[in-house]
Design a protein around this ligand. Structure first.
Ligand code: C2E
Ligand code: MG
Ligand code: MG
Length: 636
């Protein structure tokens, strides 16, 4: 008689996993549902195995019917476990079986056949048959000719799981998940192999338990999905939820944002704010008992509710609740609130687009004072879609150096001669149309690609100088824009100096344009500018007049030129005043030369010249043109 006592701890461990899972908030994600089914089936398999083995060993005490039924249940459970363990792999690898009904049905056939064979074995297996899994005769239980089908079927599902993981490898986001799915399937494989080769050692269920533990730790653990001590789900949960349900379930997202979150956190401190957020999460859960509440960091909550709910009334109630403090033993916070909402989610958009737009709108709502909910509009969804497209184009531009260098001449105000130029980059969309930098530069900054892109522009400008020697024609320098993200790099001086060295050009020919937005940390800016100046580069302050200007900072920075932003140039030309001319004089006393951008007509040329601008740039002289065209037009 084999000892099955080790099955008891396995059942107990399964019960603990299940208990922990149900004790925490959880989302009805497909993977979670499959996981629960898996535990149930595994439990059933173990119990049926115990019962059938017990009866088989003492077959004279049981009726043939009982023996048949017990063995049938065991085999059905065995086949179902193999199938469900495969389905779990498919659910986490986002193998879109749901959409491919035919393939799904074909893939369920081996399981279905196993079930039919188990039933047939119980119904007709009274003597040795080659086409059944087992039979019961006067000598008790015997394996049938198709007994090994249980291995064939199980191995088939493991192979399918590995194929599915291979095909959809990229959809497994984290390393934990990637390792998880491989180790999980390896355990199932080992479990089967041991049962097949060492059937008397009974270790299959222990190894299956290990597989279940692996998926629990890698995928299911509710802690991965919750925030605020369990009063809300986190952004990972939201991404998964949208991915599964957009287009299937209709819901209205309601955004609830703590207004001026960062400033309020400065006032109350992180610990107290955290406590306040927990209280808000708790309250939202109470207000929307049937909704799903997510907390998306920075004071942003999103509740997904049924479209027919009376949103306006609810929002009014929540706003009124915010008139009172959020109070616990350790905290008392006075906060105000903003809302966002929109009509039931459009099915046309991808979940990631909806998610990003929602987050952006929540941020905007949190920074303005309005009691009206801010609507997530079709236009903002489309804008997000466009940005995704632009991101793709940036990737292509970087990979295939698909960006183009344009140059715009800069003219000496006194002589009207082209003495310099500004390098402005362009990329193209899939149809070949130009995407303006006003659109792609912010996207590149957000996606972290601006460093590569900026360096390509710099490199290309150096190459242009090397190949065309513009100094010979009186074009003494070319300005290259430097994004704040590039400016803060500590290796900037080395990188740019090595590019300049590579082309063997004078670094003084390349002027770097930065905006005041780059100079957040004064001492760092000074150090950076010093390091770059030491290497021979010169700096230009771009878009002067658009940010918070700080004269004492300017005094410390050796800019060669200050470029007046076109908005103040235009304002002045429309309505002259005393301020700009005086400012220009001050700058000139400080040793800076002045460039006016956005010069579009003769009147502007004269006006800016008269108030002391040294250099002029604008459509009046030329729009930015492809570098080759610039060389043809302005260089000999
Ligand atoms: P910016 O550096 O201030 O460049 C001047 C912008 O004004 C250019 O727009 C130019 O085409 C435009 N402009 C020049 N003259 C006139 C005029 O008379 N009228 C009008 N309406 N516009 C004029 P562009 O090329 O679209 O670039 C926009 C911004 O994108 C640039 O502003 C710069 O901040 C950024 N940018 C462009 N290329 C790069 C780059 O390679 N790297 C980085 N970091 N930023 C870049
Ligand atoms: Mg510029
Ligand atoms: Mg500018």
């Amino acid at each position: 008689m084999w000892s099955y006592s080790f099955e008891v701890p396995i059942l107990m461990i399964l019960a603990i996993i299940l208990g922990f899972y149900f004790a925490r908030p959880r989302l009805p994600l497909k993977r979670n549902v499959t996981f629960i089914k898996m535990i149930i089936i595994e439990t059933l398999t173990i119990i049926a195995d115990l019962a059938a083995t017990m009866a088989d060993n003492d077959y004279t005490s049981y009726s043939v019917l009982t023996l048949n039924v017990l063995n049938m249940v065991y085999f059905i459970a065995f086949f179902s476990r193999a199938y469900i363990m495969y389905l779990f792999s498919a659910s986490v690898t986002k193998d879109s079986l749901e959409q491919r009904k035919f393939i799904r049905q074909v893939l369920s056939l081996p399981w279905f056949m196993g079930v039919i064979l188990s039933i047939l074995s119980a119904a007709f297996g009274s003597k040795k048959t080659s086409y059944l899994i087992f039979y019961i005769d006067s000598g008790g239980y015997h394996s049938g000719g198709m007994y090994n089908y249980m291995y064939i079927c199980s191995f088939f599902y493991i192979i399918m799981a590995f194929i599915s993981a291979g095909l959809y490898w990229k959809s497994l986001g984290r390393r934990r998940e990637k390792y998880g799915i491989v180790v999980y399937n390896l355990f199932i494989f080992v479990a089967l192999l041991t049962r097949f080769t060492l059937p008397r050692h009974l270790i299959m269920d222990t190894v299956i338990l290990m597989a279940i533990l692996v998926v629990f730790l890698a995928f299911i653990n509710p802690e991965f999905f919750i925030d605020l001590r369990g009063y809300a789900f986190n952004h990972v949960a939201l991404a998964e939820h949208l991915e599964e349900n957009i287009g299937k379930i209709k819901f209205t997202p309601v955004g609830v944002v703590v207004r001026n979150f960062n400033e309020m956190t400065d006032i109350y401190g992180t610990a107290q704010m955290e406590e306040g957020l927990v209280l808000i999460g708790k309250h939202l859960k109470k207000e929307f008992p049937r909704g799903i509440t997510f907390y998306l960091r920075n004071g942003r909550f999103l509740v997904l509710i049924k479209p027919d709910a009376d949103v306006r009334r609810k929002l009014k109630e929540i706003r009124e609740r915010f008139y009172k403090p959020w109070k616990s033993q350790t905290a008392e916070l006075y906060l105000s609130v903003s809302f966002t909402t929109y009509d039931p989610v459009t099915e046309r958009h991808l979940p990631e687009i909806i998610l990003k737009t929602t987050l952006k709108t929540l941020d905007i709502a949190g920074s303005i004072e309005s009691d009206e909910p801010m609507f997530i509009t079709a236009a903002s969804l489309e804008q997000e879609e466009l940005e995704t497209k632009v991101r793709r184009c940036i990737e292509t531009a970087i990979k295939d150096t698909g960006f183009e260098l344009f140059l715009q001449p800069i003219v000496d105000a006194a002589t009207g001669q082209v003495v310099g130029a500004e390098a402005l980059s362009r990329i193209r969309d899939e149809e070949g149309n130009i995407i303006a930098p006003g659109i792609f530069i912010p996207v590149a900054e957000n996606s972290g690609r601006i460093n590569e892109l900026g360096e390509l522009v710099f490199d290309e400008t150096c190459r242009f100088i090397k190949e065309n020697n513009p100094g010979k024609s009186g074009v003494n320098w070319i300005n290259v824009n430097l994004s704040p993200m590039q400016f803060v790099r500590t290796d900037l001086a080395e990188r740019y100096a090595s590019i300049v060295d590579e082309y063997g050009i004078d670094p003084g020919c390349v002027h770097l344009e930065i905006t005041e937005g780059s100079m957040i940390d004064d001492s760092f800016s000074e150090r950076q500018i010093d390091a770059m100046t030491e290497k021979g580069f010169k700096f230009v302050l771009d878009d002067y007049g658009t940010g918070y200007s700080n004269l004492s900072r300017l005094k410390k920075c050796p800019f060669t030129t200050i470029k007046l932003d076109m908005s103040i140039v235009w304002d002045y030309c429309k309505k002259p005043d005393e301020i700009l001319p005086n400012m220009i004089q001050t700058f000139k006393h400080m040793g800076f030369s002045i460039t006016a951008e956005g010069i579009e007509d003769t009147n502007m040329v004269n006006t800016m010249k008269n108030i002391g601008c040294d250099l002029l740039q604008g459509y009046y002289y030329s729009m930015p043109v492809p570098a080759a065209e610039f060389a043809k037009k302005y260089l000999k």
